[in-house]
Design a protein around this ligand. Structure first.
Ligand code: F0G
Length: 336
């Protein structure tokens, strides 16, 4: 499978002979969701972004951001992250032979993401502060040092991430509504850019976690809190662009509670066979809570893989069944 720069080069800011750092990202599955469809009375599809190489949609942006950094002669890349950007930046930096550094909120990123960033050889810095503080500091740092910033404030990130909108339009002949989790608000901005460039304008419903919903309330959240650690963000960098996308698409940005997120998280795994991380489930949680508002065909973006956060999964799942090594005990255990 070609990477997304190769697939969509004519719509991306890369020339034929530019260096491309790729892990074969993009072209992710779009899966029909019968249970969710029945509950909301619309035809609902899941865009499985956890199928990207490092397990999240960040790879779409990272292939472009790191390729551009290489083109510009950068030797190091850095980002602030709630985890997925860190894992992706670390992987693409490794592939490119660049030094990678990631700044994450101490104790607040999921285990899988931490393991990824460390394994890819990035310098992992645990900040005694939250994501918003990490992003502020990292922006200050790159003003003083020649290090490429690969957060979604980097325009190449949005260029790469807009390709998910192209894929949806390639796969579906009609799309009325897109449901998407919103944290730093880069992804929703990128989808809208992609839809507009392709001449499409589905409605956008963005969902934030109740304890981290600055765009819903119209003001910063100093101490954001949610089980969905990936979107534990109180001051989104792409605030204005995201709100403009909402207005232009006649969309809505609304909040879902942690319980609603976890309900959707379990439902997707148990009924649709799709294991995503909690933040990703907020797109489906929001659709279930607020409805499709007359849309016939809906896509929900599932931004990251469930294996990213095994701890939350184990807290939410049934317990394992212990068993002695005899056939009688196995029978009892299996047949209940
Ligand atoms: N879903 C997941 C799994 C994420 O990791 C993120 C963002 C989002 C949704 C929200 O996307 O920020 O573009 O609105 N994660 C960033 C990170 C902040 O550092 O990994 P957004």
């Amino acid at each position: 499978m070609p990477g997304l720069v190769e697939r969509y080069r004519d719509r991306l800011p890369f020339a034929d002979d530019d260096p491309v750092v790729t892990l074969g990202e993009g072209s992710t599955p779009l899966v029909h969701a019968p249970t969710v469809s029945e509950r909301v009375g619309a035809e609902v599809y899941l865009k499985i972004e956890g199928a990207n190489p490092t397990g999240s949609f960040k790879d779409r942006g990272m292939t472009c951001a790191v390729s551009a950094a290489v083109r510009e002669g950068a030797e190091a890349v850095i980002c602030a992250s709630t985890g997925n950007t860190a894992a992706s930046a670390a992987a693409y930096a490794a592939k490119a032979g660049l030094t990678g550094a990631v700044i994450v909120p101490e104790g607040k990123i999921a285990t899988g993401k931490l393991a990824q960033a460390l394994m890819h050889g990035a310098r992992v810095i645990a900040l005694r502060g939250n994501f918003d503080e990490a992003l502020r500091l990292v922006r200050e740092l790159v003003d003083r040092h020649p290090i490429a910033l690969v957060n979604s404030v980097n325009p190449f990130r949005l260029e790469g991430q807009k390709t998910a909108a192209f894929e949806l339009l390639d796969d579906l002949d009609q799309l009325d509504l897109l449901c998407i989790p919103v944290g730093n608000a880069g992804n929703v901005t990128a989808y809208w850019k992609g839809f507009r460039e392709a001449g499409a304008s589905p409605r956008l419903f963005g969902f934030q976690a109740e304890g981290a919903a600055p765009l819903v309330h119209g003001r910063r959240v100093e101490n954001p809190e949610t089980v969905a650690s990936a979107i534990r963000i109180g001051n989104p960098a792409r605030w204005e662009e995201a709100m403009a996308a909402m207005t232009e698409s006649r969309g809505e940005i609304r909040a879902v509670s942690d319980d609603e997120i976890l309900d959707a998280y379990r439902l997707l795994a148990a009924r649709e066979g799709v294991f995503c991380e909690p933040a990703s489930a907020s797109s489906v949680a929001g659709l279930l809570k607020y409805g499709a508002d007359g849309a016939e065909r809906v896509a929900c973006v599932l931004t990251g893989h469930g294996l990213k956060d095994p701890q939350t999964a184990l807290e939410q799942a049934y317990a394992v069944v212990p068993c002695e090594p005899s056939i009688a005990a196995v029978e009892r255990a299996v047949l209940g």
